[in-house]
Design a protein around this ligand. Structure first.
Ligand SMILES: Cc1cc2nc3c(=O)[nH]c(=O)nc-3n(C[C@H](O)[C@H](O)[C@H](O)COP(=O)(O)OP(=O)(O)OC[C@H]3O[C@@H](n4cnc5c(N)ncnc54)[C@H](O)[C@@H]3O)c2cc1C
Length: 452
């Protein structure tokens, strides 16, 4: 995207980038389960036209619209598993491992004539003009020779991930650090890549999300060329399993039996990989009073989420589009315009992730009334999505970040959710009507979490 606006773009990368689709050190999470949401896939294909087709040509799996190939349980609601999406092309859900995806993107990026990759170099500081009002480049060090040099630029984009040091660099230049919003989840992930006998894993995608009283998750995704990834996540201090048999025992009370059976007979392709993510963390660059010109921060460097919801790559892609739209209007006051616009997009993903996390009593944090209301309404939506394909598809498109959550609040949709659940209550009197702790019965106000 930057290559369309600048004469030359230098990507400074601390790793030597692999020539094959294999995990690498600078992205340790690449060994763990990754799913690219449909909204992210759409943007990847917009930025690199034909990328999704290439992925499939090389072995990635594309969801064909059959609901039976998805097994999603959210907050204890198992979404509908029969029927087909009417127009699967409008919901590009592709399954491939993270290194496979990254390798395809890198290959395409290397084809862009005005992009240079400076591999095996570490960014160690920002440089600025004498008055410190503008960032003028970065200081980089060769990881072998320790040779230090400055790369000057009109714009520095920090995409160094969750470990970004921009707050420290800003402080060194006399600016404030950004404030941080944080919701602690203490997630511990364990994942194992395996080769599954063709057909042994019936679903393309399984995600059993945590529910109150059971702060753990199970996921399995069928990737390219008969590779699959099985994952379990333990939240809120739950002790995570260490080995593959322990993973199976850990998931026995929540994972589909067929998936566990496929896991049991699969051929391991590597050790069980572990990763801890302490929190959802959002650095509020949008709230800084003073910002230097010539500096953008995006991806995990601004906001990293509880990864079980699979939002990170998609939000990073959305931010790239926000930056493109800002650059189309010139580079005047670019950082402020970018941080403000991207914050609006980040807020949607933030409220979705933290709203789901805080719906678990095991996750500590203040739950605002607006979030309690939206969680209660979402519970109704998910109840209806258990049996109704229209509600199911709309919900899928919202959590897949194709559609805005506001689409869940259209009057006709609310009416449909109410009718579906009313009909179910007739059939099954056990099904409870919505109750929000601390709120008297009455008309439901618009929940803030959904109002974007
Ligand atoms: C366990 C786990 C599972 C996840 N699952 C999903 C998922 O299913 N779906 C999803 O969309 N997202 C998922 N995510 C989130 C996703 O991995 C990130 O959101 C995404 O990779 C962020 O991209 P980024 O470019 O900001 O940072 P990264 O992908 O982390 O990339 C940072 C890059 O910067 C380089 N770098 C860092 N510091 C320096 C430096 N000083 N100098 C030079 N180079 C440097 C690194 O080598 C790396 O190449 C998951 C994350 C974790 C931890």
């Amino acid at each position: 995207m930057l290559a369309d606006f600048y004469q030359s773009v230098t990507v400074v990368e601390r790793d030597v980038l692999p020539t094959d689709p294999v995990p690498r050190r600078g992205v340790p999470q690449g060994r763990l389960i990754h799913a690219l949401l449909a909204g992210g896939a759409q943007i990847f294909d917009e930025l690199f036209p034909g990328l999704l087709g290439e992925l499939v040509a090389n072995g990635a799996i594309r969801w064909d619209g059959d609901y039976a190939k998805l097994w999603i349980s959210f907050g204890g609601h198992r979404l509908l598993r029969s029927g087909r999406a009417p127009d699967p092309d409008s919901f590009p859900f592709y399954f491939q491992s993270r290194p496979f995806l990254e390798w395809h993107v890198l290959r395409r990026m290397r084809d862009v004539s005005n992009v240079t990759v400076l591999e095996h170099h570490d960014v160690q500081a920002l440089t600025s003009t004498a008055d410190r009002n503008r960032i003028s480049g970065v200081e980089v060090v060769n990881r072998d020779s320790q040779h230090r040099m400055t790369v000057t630029s009109d714009l520095v984009v920090d995409a160094t991930g969750r470990g970004s040091r921009t707050p420290v660099f800003l402080e060194q230049l006399g600016y404030d650090r950004p404030a941080e919003n944080e919701v602690i989840v203490n997630l511990a992930y364990a994942c194992q890549p395996v080769r599954v006998p063709p057909g042994s894993l019936q679903e393309n995608f399984i995600a059993i999300f945590p529910e109150p009283g059971r702060p753990k998750m199970f996921a399995a995704v069928g990737y390219e060329n008969d590779i699959a990834m099985f994952a379990v996540g333990a939240m809120a201090g739950l002790h995570p399993p260490g080995t593959a048999p322990e993973m199976q025992t850990f998931a026995a009370d929540c994972a589909p039996a067929g998936a566990l059976a496929a896991f049991a007979v699969a051929e391991p392709l590597g050790e069980v990989a572990h990763h801890r993510v302490p929190s959802n963390r959002w650095r509020r660059y949008d709230k800084l009073r003073r910002l230097p010109a010539g500096l953008i921060v995006l991806g995990d460097a601004i906001c990293s989420f509880n990864p079980i919801y699979g939002q990170g790559m998609t939000v990073a892609a959305i931010e790239a589009i926000v930056l493109r739209d800002c650059l189309r209007r010139g580079d005047r006051d670019l950082p402020r315009r970018f941080f403000r616009s991207s914050a609006k997009k980040i807020r949607i993903a933030w409220q979705s992730a933290t709203g789901s996390d805080l719906a678990l009593p095991e996750v500590k944090g203040t739950v605002p009334l607006s979030m309690r209301l939206s969680n209660a309404y979402l519970d109704q939506v998910m109840t209806a999505a258990e049996t109704d394909s229209t509600v199911m598809l709309r919900f899928l498109r919202v959590i897949g970040m194709i559609d805005s959550p506001a689409r869940l609040l259209l009057p006709a949709f609310i009416f449909r959710v109410a009718c579906v659940n009313q009909a179910r209550r007739h059939r099954d009197p056990q099904l409870q009507p919505v109750r929000v702790a601390g709120v008297a019965d009455g008309p439901t106000p618009v929940p803030e979490r959904l109002s974007e």
